[in-house]
Design a protein. Structure first.
Length: 401
């Protein structure tokens, strides 16, 4: 029916505030989880200021730690973690770190829900070229403690490299896969600014650009709803006023608390059953990070202003609502003001502004990059009325130089 909006979303419990990680024990009690494994990277695993508050809260529940997560997020890594979890008979996972730790936790939960041995299941998925989700099976509860700001926490989706290799470098030619299932939504997410404060400012800045763009995309996504409009606009307003503080020496816990509130709000409702509301900026980000050794937030920093300019040339893209969210005068046409504000936010975070700064990037790659964008699944959520052509997208990439 024309004009009908449907919004189905089952969010996790959200814990927010300084030292909120100490409340995780009550969430574990709620779900009767007694044996827990932490999934994290080697860097986070060696950071005492992050690990100590978590391990102290978990106490005797902590029976295993897997600290071998890498940005590559391969099925091989997830399978290794799943084997360790199975050996320790865990019933819950703590994803501690960035998006890679959370995606790995989701894949571990999925692998452990299969009846067959973990390695056999993962190897079969690699051969088949897709991730299979069991119709039944006991999925492990997931609790997320983000240390960065990409806004991937309130999501039932995960991406993965379809290889059993655990040592894949960024930019390697590895088939990518994804999975989305309501059972992979975290049971609780803990936004603790005292934990995030341990992360270096440059890492926070890169991840924050990714999270910020989720708010922009939630508004002009063709699947926008009144609920996501409300949360995204409030979240963007908080981020717009608070993100520059990341680059201040000794960013205050109060500032990080506001930023985390904004990050939670911009992604609220972004990932729901059979739908992901991220759109064309994320598709450009995927194309760039698949082609070059660059972090997702850097790709977003370079792409976002140019993609927005292209959108506003083609369609309305709900520019007035975007202008309101980022505090731009809507008269007479806010398009340029929105692009300028997003550019200023990127620059305040000290992020790169052009592809010429990226190692290995080549202007001649623009046609192949444009093809990758057109084939990206997130293009299904582009604003209504937008019908991008290959040539138009080539022009956007060329403008990034």
């Amino acid at each position: 029916m024309t004009g009908v909006t449907r919004f189905e979303y089952e969010p996790p419990t959200i814990l927010h505030g300084a030292n909120s990680v100490s409340s995780l024990d009550s969430e574990l009690d709620r779900l009767d989880d007694e044996r827990v494994m932490i999934i994290t990277s080697g860097t986070v695993g060696r950071t005492t200021d992050v690990m100590q508050p978590v391990t102290s809260t978990l106490g005797d529940r902590l029976v295993a730690t897997f600290d071998e997560v890498t940005p590559a997020k391969t099925l091989g890594t997830a399978a290794a973690a799943a084997r360790r979890g199975t050996e320790a008979q865990v019933d819950a996972l703590i994803a501690l770190g960035g998006g890679a730790s959370l995606d790995n936790a989701k894949l571990v939960s999925l692998l452990c829900a299969h009846d067959e041995p973990t390695t056999d299941v993962a190897t079969s998925m690699v051969k088949r070229g897709s991730v299979s989700v069991p119709e039944t099976g006991a999925f492990l509860d997931i609790f997320a403690i983000p240390t960065t700001l990409p806004g991937a926490d309130l999501s039932q989706a995960a991406g993965v490299g379809l290889t059993m290799d655990t040592a894949v470098e960024s930019g390697a030619d590895v088939p990518g896969g994804g999975v989305s299932d309501a059972r992979l939504m975290p049971a609780a997410v803990c936004y603790d600014p005292t934990i995030v404060a341990t992360t270096p400012a440059d890492i926070l800045a890169r991840s924050a650009m990714n999270g910020y763009d989720k708010g922009l995309e939630a508004i002009y996504s063709r699947y926008h709803t009144p609920v996501t409009d409300a949360t995204a606009t409030r979240g963007l307003a908080l981020l717009q006023s608070s993100l520059p503080a990341i680059m201040d020496e000794g960013t205050s816990v109060a500032s990080l608390s506001r930023i985390l509130e904004g990050i939670a709000l911009v992604q609220y409702g972004l990932s729901s059953p059979e739908m992901y509301r991220a759109s064309i900026i994320h598709a450009f980000g995927h194309a760039l990070t698949d082609a070059y050794r660059m972090q997702q937030g850097v790709a977003h920093a370079i792409a976002a202003p140019h993609v927005l300019s292209y959108l506003f040339e083609q369609v309305d893209a709900r520019r007035e609502l975007l202008a309101s969210a980022v505090d731009v005068d809507p008269d007479p046409d806010p398009a340029d003001g929105v692009v300028d504000t997003v550019t200023e936010t990127r620059d305040a975070l000290g992020l790169p502004s052009s592809l010429r700064t990226v190692d290995g990037a080549d202007p001649a790659d623009a046609p192949a990059l444009a093809t990758a964008v057109l084939g990206d699944s997130f293009m299904g959520a582009v604003p209504r009325g937008l019908e991008p052509t290959h040539g138009e997208l080539v022009d956007v990439f060329e403008a990034m130089w």
